[in-house]
Design a protein around this ligand. Structure first.
Ligand code: MLT
Length: 309
């Protein structure tokens, strides 16, 4: 009998076609991620579950998944999957670590430019019929120091783009070798040195016990005055309350956040502060990235379900 896969989030139709072409019986229910009860009721019928962000593969869902062999996350983070619960049942959890890296790196660069030139506020003011030419004085990126925290897949693309913008780039990443830093064209620093030197900081690390609150209140106090912070990685990396205080005090000149400690974020200490640019976790939201991750997750899950590889 053909393996059965449930797609419970908005995934590109291309993924559905791949599953079908590979001989998998696929059930595409893109709104199901928001309906926990229904998911709980039917999850036992499937060998595979393909998700994006809305579906939460909790311990309860996993306990009810009596036939499940694989959960595929079309994206990088697997924060919405209870990995220990899945592992205990021998369910493989796979992600697509490369498909949306370029798109996410581009969003970080966009946010950096937006906060450097106060584009969202200038846009709103101009739409409102004001012509506040002298209100929006920005800063140039050329020759500024960008501090990149995390020089992996996404961080290294950000580094490449920032060097193209003629920025000086420094990086903090305990896993970055000197050789790789040289290859990337960055100076490898300890975190405190990066905090003291950077004019802009962007984060590209997962949220782990080591990285949670990496920009804590204490570390925010170590930042160079006038720094601008970009977070396109994960909420929880920055103490939002402490950052809001530093923005109000004028120690930090701006922030651009795509991710928040609690999501969906309907409130945050950062909301409605001047020169804070916010977007609703759009890092991976391009047609190209969504197509890439959907295709990759469908291929990987099909391989696993059909051949065990
Ligand atoms: C990811 O983990 O792939 C990104 O944060 C994008 C997303 O969650 O949609």
């Amino acid at each position: 009998m053909a393996p059965k896969v449930l797609i419970s989030d908005e995934l590109s139709e291309a993924a559905v076609q791949i599953f079908r072409d590979r001989g998998i019986d696929v059930d595409f229910q893109p709104k199901l991620g928001n309906d926990k009860e229904k998911l709980l009721e039917i999850i036992g019928n499937y060998d595979g579950l393909a998700i994006r962000s809305a579906t939460k593969a909790t311990e309860k869902i996993i306990a009810a998944a009596t036939n499940l062999k694989v959960i595929g996350r079309a994206g990088i983070g697997v924060d919405n999957v209870d990995i220990p619960a899945a592992s205990k049942k021998g369910i493989i959890v796979m992600n697509t670590p490369f498909g949306n890296s370029i798109t996410t790196a581009e969003h970080a660069i966009s946010l950096m430019m937006a906060v450097a030139r106060q584009i969202p506020e200038a846009n709103a003011s101009t739409h409102a019929g004001k012509w506040e030419k002298s209100r929006f004085m920005g800063v140039e990126l050329t020759n500024k120091t960008l501090g990149v925290i995390g020089a992996g897949n996404i961080g290294s693309i950000v580094i490449d783009r920032a060097l193209g913008l003629r920025m000086k780039v420094v990086a903090y990443d305990p896993f970055l070798s000197e050789d790789r830093a040289t290859e990337l064209g960055v100076e490898k620093l300890e975190l405190d040195d990066l905090l003291a030197r950077a004019d802009f900081i962007t984060m590209h690390v997962p949220l782990t016990e080591q990285t949670r609150n990496i920009l804590s209140r204490d570390n925010i106090a170590k930042l160079k005055k006038g720094v601008r912070i970009v977070n396109c990685a994960r909420g929880g990396l920055v103490d939002e309350e402490a950052l809001a205080d530093a923005l109000k005090a004028g120690h930090v000149a701006g922030a651009a956040f795509d991710v928040f400690a609690v999501e969906p974020a309907t409130e945050s200490p950062l909301f409605n502060l001047p020169n804070v640019v916010v977007t609703p976790h759009l890092g991976a939201a391009t047609t190209e990235a969504q197509e890439n991750v959907a295709l990759q997750v469908a291929e990987q899950m099909s391989d696993y379900l059909l051949t065990g590889a």
